[in-house]
Design a protein around this ligand. Structure first.
Ligand code: NAD
Length: 255
């Protein structure tokens, strides 16, 4: 479905980003992963190469504006033109509002919002040539909160991503660039596992019980539950879709 397409995926070494990279590679897209950990990147690249596609990796801390700029330069050196940019790298820490430090706040804003904004900006020329696609990874947390998961610092970043998706879709439509977002429900990734590990034993039990109650489909997602939507949005099947925030959440936001 994605033959001859070139896709850049931030946070592509792990979790949802890796799931998307794998689904893209299975659909014959070449992939370029940008993430923090070089070892994990190389391991992921090796696995993805088995699909017979071109794979590139770049280690960068995308919470740093200078590194975002440098990453774009490196990507453009290797691929002057691209078809897809997936802004996926993100952090989610559940911190009560009154305990949020400036450092926590800045990290959420910089990685979840600033990096998506300025990486997209720096790669627009590369996307324009192929009438490309931007896929932002949002979250239900932009508008749906959960008990025991104080998410203010995180939620504002995903609200910003939703607004970014719609306003950028509006602005870039005339150039033929489509911009959409996927808003996943809870997905079993290292990020979620780390957050569960921080809970007390009682908290873990409550969390597991809550999942069964609030998800109409009765379980949390796996990265593979999200990646099909990304393949669709990247493909020509979604050619008249732009500015959409696609909920892929096991029905969580029905209630
Ligand atoms: P994860 O922690 O499992 O993976 C995150 C990826 O981002 C990794 O590849 C990591 O290397 C990369 N990354 C982290 N910090 C980085 C930095 N400073 N610079 C560059 N790369 C960095 O996370 P995940 O659960 O797969 O989440 C991916 C995205 O999906 C995030 O935007 C998250 O907000 C969103 N999301 C996740 C869930 C969920 O339940 N897992 C739900 C809704 C939305």
């Amino acid at each position: 479905m994605l033959s001859n397409k070139r896709a850049v995926i931030t946070g592509g070494s792990d979790g949802i980003g890796y799931g998307i990279a794998k689904a893209f590679a299975k659909n014959n897209a070449d992939v370029f992963l940008v993430a923090r950990n070089q070892q994990k990147l190389l391991k992921s690249a090796e696995a993805l190469s088995s699909f017979g596609v071109e794979v590139h990796v770049l280690s960068a801390d995308l919470s740093n504006a200078e590194e975002v700029k440098n990453a774009a330069t490196e990507i453009r050196k290797i691929w002057p033109e691209i078809d897809v940019l997936v802004n996926n790298a993100g952090i989610a820490r559940f911190i009560p509002f009154l305990q949020t430090s400036q450092v926590d706040f800045d990290l959420h804003i910089n990685l979840n919002v600033m990096a998506s904004y300025f990486l997209s900006q720096a790669l627009i020329d590369s996307l324009t040539q192929r009438k490309g696609v931007i896929i932002n990874i949002s979250s239900y947390f932009s508008h749906r909160m959960l008990p025991g998961r104080p998410s203010t610092a995180y939620s504002i970043t995903k609200g910003a991503i939703d607004a970014f998706t719609k306003s950028l879709a509006y602005e870039l439509g005339p150039q033929g660039i489509r911009v959409n977002a996927i808003a996943p429900g809870t997905v079993n990734t290292p990020l979620v596992q780390e957050n569960i590990e921080r809970l007390s034993e009682e908290g873990k039990q409550k969390f597991s019980q809550m999942i069964k109650t609030i998800y109409p489909l009765g379980r949390i997602g796996e990265p593979e539950d999200i990646s099909g939507a990304a393949v669709f949005l990247a493909s020509d099947h979604a050619r008249w879709m732009t500015g959409a925030i696609l909920a892929v959440d096991g029905g969580l936001t029905t209630n």
